[in-house]
Ligand binder design. Structure first.
Ligand SMILES: NC(=O)c1ccc[n+]([C@@H]2O[C@H](COP(=O)([O-])OP(=O)(O)OC[C@H]3O[C@@H](n4cnc5c(N)ncnc54)[C@H](O)[C@@H]3O)[C@@H](O)[C@H]2O)c1
Length: 394
């Protein structure tokens, strides 16, 4: 699909630090666009535009004419700063204040790389916003009940982790399991390496290890932790700080500390990049030994690298499908397709992700393309259907 120019893109410069922030609205549907906010040093407008386009695709892929939730458009925000910088929180508040008219009217946002939802909520309140998703409230039938349902869902915890931080990884893990099932590969003995042990990587590691796979390597900002016999995923999850950095004091006797990029060449069947964009490129793709790369992160595999990987039989399950569970869960909950219950949420996500992966892989087989090209083809089919029902700009 050739990407049309976004509806709106803007660059904001902080008057205190001189740092930049970005907002890209790829398109509006029913007058609203959905997409998280990331903070990382080096964040660029081009990256945010790609992410916003991805959000349009995720919204379209989950279109179900029978559901209460019907899609929004896609958007994304980004701030060029290290989230652990002492100036980061003040910058976040000023960015949200500057973006306040957009958030009040048409951009619903939430956590992404570098930011937790708690932090976004706190900064949004300080910036004078009712909520980071208030633009969607006019679309709700019963706003009070919907907001209560979402707040209740955010209060649910499962074994020490909030439901909101588990749903995305549940969807990623289910995508892996669906691909393994399709290929007839049993879960026990299947090895996994994950880059990033924050919201997405942490939950993916939990669900895959609970399904019987062996997580042999995880990386965070400090480096890779590996154990060919399998890591104690729950111990590592419990030892994370608010940024997804693992306290190394909990490492077991067989665990080894390796370099930051060692996760990439781990001897595994499944590789899950769940941290930064652009992690796999033409300079490092040949070190990958996995059969599947499952994009929990947004845009971790560059197109030229994907082509080379496809050429040697490595399948990339694309971000727009695999990590779409978090965004969809917010809306399924808010619009009332599901309640504030972990088992109901996991069951719904599993069903929907399996159906979506099945559709994408079948389309890829039929068209003789990659799963990413197949997902894009599905989006190309669906966008006009959505536009016919809701109008292009209403
Ligand atoms: N949080 C969400 O709701 C959500 C939803 C869909 C997709 N995503 C995508 O998933 C990815 C991760 O987001 P998140 O919210 O889990 O982030 P996070 O901030 O919760 O965690 C990021 C993790 O990656 C690690 N990390 C950061 N830079 C690294 C590097 N250079 N090398 C190795 N590890 C590194 C951090 O230490 C941390 O463990 C992003 O690409 C994001 O866009 C997030």
């Amino acid at each position: 699909m050739t990407a049309p120019a976004p509806l709106m893109s803007l660059v904001w410069t902080d008057h205190v630090t001189g740092r930049q922030g970005f907002l890209v609205v790829d398109r509006l549907v029913r007058g609203v666009a959905s997409g998280g906010l990331r903070m990382r040093p080096g964040c660029m407008l081009e990256e945010v535009a790609g992410l916003a386009r991805g959000m349009t695709m995720k919204e379209a892929l989950h279109y179900d004419p029978e559901a209460r939730y019907v899609p929004l458009g896609g958007a994304k925000g980004g701030i060029d700063c290290d989230p652990q910088d002492p100036a980061a929180y003040g910058l976040l508040v000023r960015y949200l204040r500057a973006m306040r008219p957009y958030i009040e009217r048409f951009w619903t946002t939430g956590e992404d790389l570098g930011l937790s939802q708690d932090l976004v909520d706190r900064a949004a309140a300080e910036a004078g916003l009712v909520s980071s998703i208030q633009a969607v409230y006019p679309l709700l039938d019963d706003e009070a009940a919907a907001r209560r349902r979402l707040a209740d869902a955010f209060a649910v915890e499962v074994d020490g982790i909030g439901l909101d931080e588990l749903v995305g990884g549940c969807g990623v893990a289910e995508s892996v399991l669906a691909a393994l099932d399709r290929a007839g590969v049993p879960y026990p003995g299947t090895r996994v390496a994950v880059q990033g042990l924050g919201t997405m990587g942490g939950a993916t590691a939990r669900f895959l290890s609970r399904a019987g796979l062996t997580v042999v390597a995880v990386a965070d900002i400090k480096g890779t932790i590996a154990n060919p016999a399998g890591l104690d995923v729950e111990a590592l999850l419990a030892a994370r700080d608010g940024y997804g950095t693992v306290d190394r004091r909990v490492l077991g006797p067989g665990d080894r500390e390796l370099t930051g990029d060692a996760w990439l060449s781990a001897d595994v069947e499944v590789l899950v990049p769940a941290a930064v964009s652009y992690a796999i490129d033409t300079t490092n793709h040949d070190r990958i030994r996995a059969r599947w790369i499952v994009e929990a992160a947004n845009m971790p595999v560059l197109p030229e690298a994907e082509e080379l990987l496809a050429g040697r039989g490595v399948t990339v399950l694309p971000d727009v499908v695999v990590n779409s569970g978090t965004n969809a869960w917010w809306w399924w909950t808010l619009f009332g397709d599901i309640g504030a219950d972990a088992e109901e949420a996991f069951g719904y996500i599993r069903g929907r992700m399996r159906a979506l992966i099945g559709l994408v892989l079948a389309r890829a087989d039929a068209d003789g393309t990659t799963p990413r090209a197949a997902a894009h083809a599905l989006v190309t089919d669906r966008l006009p259907v959505i536009a016919d029902r809701f109008g292009w700009y209403r």
